[in-house]
Design a protein around this ligand. Structure first.
Ligand SMILES: Cc1cc2nc3c(=O)[nH]c(=O)nc-3n(C[C@H](O)[C@H](O)[C@H](O)COP(=O)(O)OP(=O)(O)OC[C@H]3O[C@@H](n4cnc5c(N)ncnc54)[C@H](O)[C@@H]3O)c2cc1C
Length: 390
């Protein structure tokens, strides 16, 4: 029955979470995805308790426990001297403090886990290999029936966004992320194989953590960079490595040696979507990166996409048909406040992580006197968040 049908454009983390939550509420869900297969796209992700709590509620607790590595701590380390500046405890501490686990895993494993759950859900129908352009949304509705809601979960280069007057287009942040995997026997002296380490330095930082059951270390280096235009990711070409090494000039030789040894890298221009409209008041709403892509300094893009999908389905399904417009407006107001706070946190982390000169010294002094527990307390609003419906 169309009034009880949801159409979702995009089968990324946002789209699949939304599909599962709506199906759990009794809706029939069509998910339209441009890719022929959902495979090894992306790299590592940190999954914070605000997101893992939702995945567990969706019945993915066992799958998550099998795929996620639970680090004991997140360390902030000087990229110049390798001196540990501060750390936030994770492991059992995180599970106890924030009520759900903190972990790291490959994005492809998270997507595969969600995909298996969607495939096992009779109310969900996944249509692969179907790219939707804005003008085709009407024909999509002709095919699947006019849905109660169309959800644009089609990422930073969303086409669904064109249906939403007042939605804003992505801006290049001036930064690029270099992503690569190191085998776990490399960088013994400098890489912590069990925990998350953020190496900080002037105008750049490097995050390292284990993935694939500890068989590899996921590395993300964030530096200033050029805008290559509308793209998701680029494989490095032979001259790129030199650019990366120049961006990290003056860093500790052990880290520079890792950059030299690293296998093929991929680099990702980092775009943000500014705070515009998400909904067109006519049955279409944007979520995840399509609505509010942000730079990864708070490691919250996927977590916010998971929260969006879950809370959207809760809000929409709780409202009678006559009050759905109001429910979507309330959802947008509520989520906008939360996303705004996450964005501010990411902007603050960028300032602190890439600090140079006296600001860097001040940062190190402030962090040195903060206890791990007080650093954890600063994250309570983010990690301790219970999405509506939990
Ligand atoms: C370097 C880096 C590190 C990050 N680290 C973290 C982290 O540690 N923790 C975290 O929470 N987040 C992190 N993120 C952010 C996170 O990866 C994204 O925010 C998240 O994946 C967004 O999910 P999404 O489903 O909204 O969009 P996407 O993952 O982009 O999915 C969109 C889907 O829509 C499909 N699609 C697009 N256009 C169309 C179309 N026209 N028709 C049909 N289908 C279409 C795409 O093929 C794709 O499957 C990081 C991001 C970067 C760049």
């Amino acid at each position: 029955m169309p009034a009880h049908t949801i159409t979702i454009v995009g089968a990324g983390i946002a789209g699949l979470t939304t599909a599962l939550t709506f199906a759990g509420k009794g809706y029939e869900v069509d998910i339209v995805e441009q890719a022929e297969t959902l495979s090894e796209l992306g790299a590592g992700l940190q999954i914070s308790p605000n997101a893992s709590r939702i995945l567990i509620d969706l019945g993915l607790g066992d799958a998550l426990a099998g795929a996620m590595i639970r680090p004991e701590e997140i360390s902030l380390v000087s990229g110049l001297s390798l001196r540990k500046i501060a750390h936030v405890p994770c492991g059992a501490f995180a599970a106890q403090r924030w009520g759900a686990p903190y972990g790291v895993m490959h994005r492809a494993d998270l997507q595969a886990m969600l995909l298996r759950a969607v495939e096992a859900e009779p109310r969900c129908r996944l249509h692969l290999g179907q790219r939707i352009e804005d003008g085709e949304i009407a024909s999509m509705h002709a095919r699947f029936g006019q849905p109660a809601l169309t959800v644009g979960a089609d990422g930073v280069w969303s086409q669904t966004r064109r249906l939403v007057p007042g939605a804003l287009v992505p801006n290049f942040s001036g930064l690029v992320a270099w992503r690569f995997m190191m085998p776990d026997d490399s960088g013994r002296a400098v890489l912590d194989k069990r925990n998350v380490t953020a190496f900080l330095g002037p105008n750049a930082h490097l995050v390292a953590y284990p993935v694939d059951g500890g068989r590899a270390i996921n590395m993300i280096a964030i530096t200033r960079g050029m805008d290559p235009g509308r793209t998701w990711a680029q494989r490095e070409d032979p001259s790129d490595r030199r650019v990366l090494l120049d961006a990290f000039a003056g860093w500790h030789p052990d880290l520079l040696s890792l950059f030299r040894q690293a296998p093929q890298m991929t680099w990702w221009p980092l775009f943000g979507v500014p705070d515009g409209r998400w909904s067109n008041d006519a049955g279409t709403i944007l979520i995840g990166d399509a609505a509010h892509a942000m730079t990864p300094f708070a490691a919250q893009g996927a977590a916010m996409a998971i929260e969006d999908g879950y809370e959207l389905a809760q809000a929409f399904s709780a409202a009678p048909a006559s009050a759905r417009g109001r429910a979507l407006a309330d959802y947008e107001t509520h989520r906008r406040a939360r996303i705004g706070r996450a964005r501010k946190r990411a902007a603050f982390n960028k300032f602190a992580y890439h600090a140079r000169g006296p600001v860097r010294l001040g940062r190190d002094l402030v962090l040195a006197v903060k206890s791990p527990q007080s650093l954890a307390r600063d994250l309570d609003w983010l990690y301790g968040y219970r999405a509506a419906g939990l």
